[in-house]
Write a protein that binds this ligand. Structure first.
Ligand code: C5P
Length: 309
């Protein structure tokens, strides 16, 4: 990790020098210089920094992906059950997961095997901050580009890029997924498993998820870990975006974060639509705490957080 970040820091110095010495250039051309510089530096070793407090927190992660139902304890189930109001008991839950795994077996290998010493991941949230950012090229330069929910690229390529290797999704925010994309399914309630079986049923004419899409399920133990360790058991459970950032710390070598942050009214508005739900804020989630965590991770050089320009 320090390798790229050191380089990126140098990039910032370079950027600042540019500002002083080429005062006549427009802001636009300077920001393009910064981006090109960063892109050239995406290569090489990036060992994880595990010495810091954050390193210890990352190391506390349970296995993030759900492989077999018998890996879920009743204690974890009790924490998970009310987060989105599941009513059914542990036995019903286990039966539902079992049935879903039989029809759509979990893919535990989330990335293609790689000989690369450094797997770079871009985590792209859906914030309206992306509009006008021109981060597209930089995002696409990563080995792995994880988008979430309805975060589209068509029409927004300059700001958000074109590449999607993985998509994090849950039913209420679902979009089309074709088989060039790996689905990281985040189940928040028992019905979510039933939904997945329905939309991936080959007989379902309106299927949103193409046949052959690889599906990996986030484990409820990981959701609880994010809440306990990263949110200090305060407020609501982690948002989809927050859990994806923490997941990336566990599974990627290099994590760069784009498209996170509420708008001026404190709402989690999106880059791809006009926001309709004024006053919704950040929903159940502690948007401020999550945002501060990205800032702290950035300061500690664990991630690079690309904020609103
Ligand atoms: O709104 P949606 O859940 O699709 O967005 C995905 C994630 O992006 C959220 O869970 C949240 O973590 C993040 N987000 C954000 N700021 C926004 C919109 C979304 O940080 N304005």
């Amino acid at each position: 990790m320090p390798f790229l970040l050191r380089k990126l820091k140098t990039g910032f110095l370079f950027y600042q020098v540019c500002i002083i010495s080429i005062g006549g250039l427009s802001l636009y051309s300077m920001s393009m210089t910064l981006r090109s510089f960063q892109i050239e530096e995406f290569s090489g070793e990036c060992p994880k920094d595990v010495d810091s407090l954050f390193g210890k927190m990352i190391n506390e992660s349970p296995k993030p992906f759900f492989s077999r139902i018998d890996t879920v304890s009743e204690e974890v189930f009790k924490w998970w059950k009310p987060i989105q109001g599941s009513k059914e008991n542990f036995t019903y839950y286990k039966m539902t997961v079992e049935k879903t795994f039989q029809m759509i077996p979990p893919t535990l290998e989330v990335f293609k095997p790689s000989t690369d010493s450094c797997r770079t991941c871009a985590v792209v949230g859906n914030s309206g901050h992306l509009l006008g950012s021109r981060y597209g090229r930089l995002i696409d330069f990563h080995d792995v580009v994880i988008r979430m929910n309805r975060g589209i690229t068509k029409g927004y390529e300059t700001d958000v890029g074109t590449k999607t290797t993985h998509r994090v999704m849950y039913p209420e925010s679902a979009t089309q997924v074709d088989n060039t994309t790996h689905l990281l399914f985040f189940p928040y309630k028992i019905r979510d498993y039933e939904w997945l079986r329905k939309v991936m049923n080959p007989e379902n004419a309106n299927k949103r998820i193409s046949q052959g899409v690889k599906v990996t399920y986030l484990s409820p133990a990981f959701m609880k870990y994010v809440y306990d360790v990263w949110l200090g058991k305060k407020g609501g459970y982690g948002s989809t975006g927050f859990m994806t950032v923490i997941l990336s710390l566990v599974i990627c070598d290099e994590v760069n974060v784009f498209g996170f942050g509420a708008d001026g009214d404190g709402n989690w508005s999106h880059y791809f639509e006009k926001f309709r739900f004024k006053g919704l804020g950040t929903g159940l989630h502690s948007g401020k705490r999550e945002y501060m965590t990205y800032e702290h991770l950035h300061e500690a050089k664990i991630i690079r957080f690309f904020k609103k320009l």
